[in-house]
Design a protein around this ligand. Structure first.
Ligand SMILES: [Zn+2]
Ligand SMILES: [Zn+2]
Length: 884
């Protein structure tokens, strides 16, 4: 009977919730993971599948180990992302947010979020998340908003927030500034345009190269490196900007890259961050030649944009300008030029660098505190290959633009007096100016979303109040996420933790990989290569989904899944659940209601098989505990799989079957105790990875009280009395003998129904005793009717040798046509021998070896070795069959 997870999983999840097992126990050392809050409008995707499963495994593991485990969930208001969703809904009705107005728009977003915002959390439950839902937080909750405001005001008071006038990343679609991290790099096959700027004195021209010709209308200088001999004669001369017909100087600046283009670069201070700095050094004008929505012209253009270009989209303007330059003979050439272009991480529009006034956080003092803790190993990053990237970013930290020209989010608490212009940040909305009592106006912008989520590890626990949760659960332990938000979020949480709490927020940052398809492309909506986890749960069960996420992800590596073949991708998890189910059905079917605990069984009553499986159980506990602790979840899962499937089901259960029905009550009691102990251990070890089926089976074990839950049970401890390397070695030898006989049977295609006659020639008395002791097991599992252990070989047969020198011989006379088999083997031997002779001749031929490419020669040598090995095997077979 196949296991059907569909009725089981929701019922089990309900039991866990009702029993309150996801809440931290009142005693015990805390273990805390804060869940990266998904966007409030998010819908479950495989990225969550991997991220959430990883955290759930760790939380369940530590909870079973006796820690007061807290997994704190919540959602992020996700400023730009959520605003975009609602703007799209408005667009369907032909409206923009400006038609609706700020207040009504924000109200609309709240309604939308209230209606749909819980979807993602409900979906996280479907895959088994053992989070403490009673502590769920939202980054716009009143308490949380208070923490955000407190943080802003404290930074303001510490003069770590300032108003900056500089070139920032601007999204012309979202109409807002973006941080460096929000403006993502994308490789693009662009062009490099070489443009002539005529010298005003008529003595010629200079040529500049640019990827964005439309910005030339905003040029206020041409710059050359002071030491570049090509440029030196022109310094101080004036040139005319084509099309704009404005005269600008040629200046010298060390920031110019001599290797780029012609050595002459155009300087557009309002539309390029580097040019802005050159502009500041040389006190250049800084005209803005585009509007906020990326069209040419606008109030700040100083009349530079000709009327036929005003209102044109920037990319259309680029085409027209190139054409016009071509017509006027000022376009020298166009070269293909692959380069990186920044795009908005929320809407994918090409970001336009733009001069603007924004609020910034001074990051250096915050980063320094983190790096002091980092150097003293107060926290670690796993896997450690991310350390260099982290260090590089932290050591070259840039100030953080935190203001967004959006409506959805935390309004910036900066107030300005309209009378005396006094400006300050306030914890509460002031009625009037603190200085002169005049009317005040609040800054219209909102804070970057990450300005609230960077407080997640302590604001979720009630900060700035000194709550009991804050005292008990800060700092946390493991922070699990993908490397894509290392800087957006993880690094900033470290900064806020050190700055506001005086302590690290967590001790380990565990960066798992990214979910990709089989072509190594990131899964995304736009590529249509995603997998819906809920479809997977419906078809295969949540345990199968989790199994695939865990077993296929080596430490920090990406998870490759095939969206076109869910069967191959998720069936292994389902098959394993079925196997566990079947082992369970068999084991449980054999057991009485009460079974003795393993500790009370007299070891002298145990057989080699008993001692062996108990030793393997200790090994599995040790390995799984170690691997889970080291974040090698896949290794842990694989060891548990091997213990359950190979060791317990395929060997132990098969070896002890007769004892389950024997009249020897002591033997039966012993087997029952061993079986229950081992199966119970399997379920505990596998519970963090596949919690549903393990809970379901565990409920059915003997001696179970109805209130007990595996989710709240203890992690298995090593029982030292069962660590038994002697039993390990001895039973492995018995297994090996059986496997060798089985492989001979398969090789000579002897029907499984035919009983074989075999001889084992043991090397040494110790081994002979082992085989003698397990004679019945060998006879039964290898399907023998006779096993000789006295060394006398029984006629012609096939033999195989153990690694340690013992031999197995299977009599084949009467079962296979020995004469024909000999002929077949000799022919094969002859053929191989001939091939080898000619290959060997080639390899001793100097002219071949010296002339052929080295890798070809190496391949031939490898081939020669493989053929020699094959020939030796054939020779062995010929000998053991007694062929002449
Ligand atoms: Zn955008
Ligand atoms: Zn005032």
């Amino acid at each position: 009977m196949a296991y059907d997870p569909r009725p089981v999983e929701p019922a089990i999840y309900k039991r866990w919730l009702e029993a309150g097992v996801f809440q931290p126990r009142p005693d015990g050392a805390p273990y805390v993971i804060v869940m990266p809050p998904p966007n409030v409008t998010a819908v479950l995707h495989m990225g969550h599948g991997l991220d959430i499963t990883t955290q759930d495994v760790l939380i369940r593991f530590e909870r079973m180990r006796g820690r007061a485990a807290l997994w704190l969930p919540g959602t992020d208001h996700a400023g730009i992302a959520t605003q975009n969703v609602v703007e799209k809904l408005l667009a369907d009705k032909g409206q923009t947010r400006f038609d609706v107005g700020r207040e009504a728009f924000v109200r609309g977003v709240w309604e939308f979020v209230t209606k749909t915002g819980k979807t993602i959390l409900e979906q996280l439950k479907v895959i088994g998340s053992a989070a403490d839902w009673s502590r769920t937080r939202f980054t716009l909750d009143p308490d949380y908003s208070r923490a955000v405001r407190e943080v802003f005001v404290r930074l303001w008071e510490d003069t770590l927030i300032y108003r900056g006038h500089r070139v920032i990343h601007w999204c012309p679609r979202c109409l807002t500034a973006l941080s460096d991290e929000e403006a993502e790099h994308h490789e693009t096959n662009g062009n490099l345009y070489y443009i002539e700027y005529p010298l005003v004195d008529g003595s010629g021209h200079v040529t500049v190269a640019t990827t964005r010709p439309e910005t030339m209308l905003g040029d206020t200088a041409i710059a050359v490196h002071p030491e570049d001999p090509r440029g030196r004669p022109y310094i101080g001369k004036m040139v005319t900007i084509p099309i704009a017909n404005v005269q600008i100087p040629v200046i010298a600046d060390e920031a110019v890259d001599k290797e780029f283009g012609t050595g002459f670069v155009k300087v557009t201070p309002a539309h390029d961050a580097n040019d802005f700095e050159i502009g500041q050094r040389h006190k250049l004008e800084m005209p803005l030649v585009m509007t906020e929505d990326g069209k040419m012209g606008g109030a700040g253009d100083g009349g530079r944009v000709p009327s036929d270009y005003v209102g044109l989209d920037r990319f259309e303007a680029r085409k027209r300008i190139v054409k016009q330059l071509e017509r006027e003979g000022l376009l020298v050439k166009t070269e293909p030029h692959p380069h990186s272009v920044r795009r908005c991480y929320r809407c994918d529009s090409v970001v336009e660098p733009r001069l603007s006034d924004q609020w910034f956080v001074k990051m250096k003092p915050l980063a320094d505190k983190v790096m002091r803790g980092y150097e003293q190993n107060e926290f670690t990053i796993v896997p450690d290959r991310w350390r260099a990237t982290f260090e590089n970013w932290m050591n070259n930290i840039r100030d953080w633009n935190i203001s967004r020209q959006l409506w959805w989010g935390h309004r910036i608490p900066v107030f300005t007096c309209t009378t005396c212009k006094h400006q300050w940040a306030d914890r509460v909305d002031p009625q009037q100016c603190r200085k002169c009592g005049g009317p005040v106006a609040q800054d219209p912008d909102v804070l970057d979303t990450w300005f609230s989520s960077w407080l997640w590890p302590f604001a979720t626990l009630g900060w700035p109040e000194q709550t009991s949760d804050l005292k008990r659960f800060y700092p946390g332990h493991t922070l699990v996420t993908g490397p894509d938000i290392l800087f957006f979020w993880v690094a900033r949480m470290l900064m806020s933790g050190y700055h506001f709490m005086g302590k690290k927020p967590f001790s380990t940052v565990f960066l798992h990989g990214i979910v990709r398809d089989t072509k190594h492309r990131k899964m995304s909506k736009s590529l249509g290569n995603g997998i819906d986890p809920l479809v997977v749960v419906e078809k295969f069960g949540a345990d199968a989904l989790r199994w695939t996420c865990v077993a296929n992800t080596a430490l920090g590596q990406d998870l490759m899944l095939d969206p076109d073949d869910l069967e191959t991708t998720f069936a292994p998890g389902r098959n394993f659940a079925n196997k566990l189910w079947n082992i369970g059905q068999f084991v449980l079917g054999q057991l009485p209601k009460q079974v003795l605990p393993i500790e009370s069984i007299d070891r002298r009553l145990m057989t080699l098989a008993d001692r062996w499986i108990l030793a393997r159980a200790q090994h599995a506990i040790l390995a799984a505990t170690g691997h889970f602790s080291d974040y090698r979840l896949d290794e842990a899962a694989k060891r548990c799989f091997e213990f359950a499937w190979n060791e317990l089901a395929d060997w132990y259960v098969e070896a002890v079957k007769p004892r389950l029905t024997t009249n020897d009550q002591l033997s039966r009691t012993t087997v029952h105790a061993v079986l229950v102990y081992c199966f119970d251990t399997v379920l505990r070890l596998l519970h963090p990875v596949v919690p549903f089926i393990t809970e379901e089976l565990w409920q059915r074990l003997p001696n179970r009280k109805p209130t007990e839950l595996l989710a709240a049970a203890n992690w298995p401890e090593i029982l030292p009395q069962f660590v038994d390397s002697e039993a390990d070695v001895q039973f492995e030898r018995v297994k090996r003998a059986i496997e060798l006989i089985r492989s001979i049977r398969a090789e000579y295609r002897v029907s499984p129904k035919t009983k074989l006659r075999a001889t084992i020639v043991a090397r040494g008395n110790d081994q002979a005793a082992t085989f003698e002791g397990e004679r019945d097991t060998i006879v039964r599992l290898a399907q023998l009717d006779h096993l000789a252990l006295d060394g006398a070989q029984q006629g012609a047969g096939a033999h195989a040798v153990f690694g340690d020198g013992s031999e197995v011989v299977v009599a084949l006379e009467g079962l296979v046509d020995v004469t024909q088999e000999c002929r077949r083997l000799s022919e094969e031997f002859e053929r191989l021998d001939k091939q080898l002779t000619s290959l060997a001749a080639r390899l001793t031929n100097e002219s071949f070896v010296s002339r052929a490419p080295q890798d070809v020669v190496a391949k031939e040598r490898e081939k020669e070795k493989a053929w020699r090995d094959q020939r030796d095997v054939l020779a062995g077979k010929l000998k053991s069959l007694g062929c002449s």
